[in-house]
Design a binder for this molecule. Structure first.
Ligand code: APR
Length: 253
């Protein structure tokens, strides 16, 4: 454990113990322990190595569908190869201890589901739900194994209308799935405790979710090796990785 004091861990664990309604709000940091790159960590983050504007916007896909589809196939193949981290496993254990725990994730991998979490709200979609870019029909596509993260792969065509299939993720400039966002805000508003794990808290409207809990009088516990804009609303900020902190926090639960 890095710099999370045992007092802070005890305080966070007591809050979690007393809670009947828990939301776990996660970002790329919880999957970093599985080997999946985050977006904004210096040097290793995806946005430090790639231009989000060229890869994660509707215009990018219109301009160069093969580049964008190839990049998301690389990310999907990576997500398929890795296993849930001790953090994902601890979150699933928390749900067994506090039935009704809701996971609200910004991640597009399925590591929470693989670890056993049963209620997972994906605010930014999923790498495993490609759909037609025109008629939105879900597409069953053969999963490729790109050699590198820059390989161009022409997207498949929709069986129904022939338009290019697109990744099932939310791009910059696109609206979040309204049902998912409403369910996330509802869960956060009713939460006694929201555990925010591995997110920089920079991207809206997702970053609004922990703030709803705080505004409604719930407690926010944060797990992140670094400070974030959510620090001011956190009752406790545990400084460390999800893989280190969550098992200790939840096993003590
Ligand atoms: N354990 C916990 N937290 C970690 C770990 C770890 N092992 N490693 C890094 N972190 C923290 C970083 O300190 C950072 O605060 O995880 C956070 C990752 O932040 P981002 O890379 O910005 O990821 P995220 O917050 O999920 O981004 C939100 O932005 O690019 C869009 O749609 C994308 O869903 C993503 C959204």
């Amino acid at each position: 454990m890095h710099t999370s004091s045992s007092d802070q861990l005890r305080e966070a664990s007591a809050l979690l113990n007393a809670a009947n309604r828990v939301v776990v709000f996660t970002g790329a940091g919880i999957s970093a322990d599985s080997g999946v790159p985050t977006f904004r960590d210096a040097l290793t983050g995806l946005w430090a190595r790639f231009d989000a504007e060229r890869l994660a916007t509707p215009q990018a896909f219109a301009d160069d569908p093969a580049l964008v589809w190839g990049w998301y196939e690389w990310r999907r193949a990576l997500a398929r190869r890795v296993a849930p981290s001790p953090g994902h496993v601890a979150v699933a254990a928390l749900e067994r201890r506090t039935p009704g725990t809701v996971v609200v994730t910004q991640n597009v991998d399925d590591l929470h589901e693989q670890a056993g979490s049963s209620t997972v709200i994906h605010l930014h979609g999923s790498l495993f739900a490609p759909r037609c870019s025109a008629c939105a029909q879900p597409a069953r596509t053969a999963e490729t194994m790109p050699e590198s993260d820059g390989e161009r792969i022409p997207p498949p065509s929709c069986d129904a209308c022939g338009s290019p299939v697109r990744p099932g993720v939310v791009w910059f400039g696109e609206a979040l799935p309204s049902a998912a966002l409403e369910a996330a805000v509802e869960a956060a508003a009713n939460a006694d405790v929201l555990l925010s794990v591995g997110t920089s808290g920079l991207v809206y409207p997702a970053a609004e979710v922990p703030q709803v809990t705080a505004r409604m009088g719930g407690k926010v516990i944060q797990v992140n090796p670094a400070p974030t804009p959510l620090d001011p609303i956190a009752t406790v900020s545990l400084r460390g990785t999800a893989a280190e902190v969550l098992p200790a926090l939840i096993d003590a639960h």
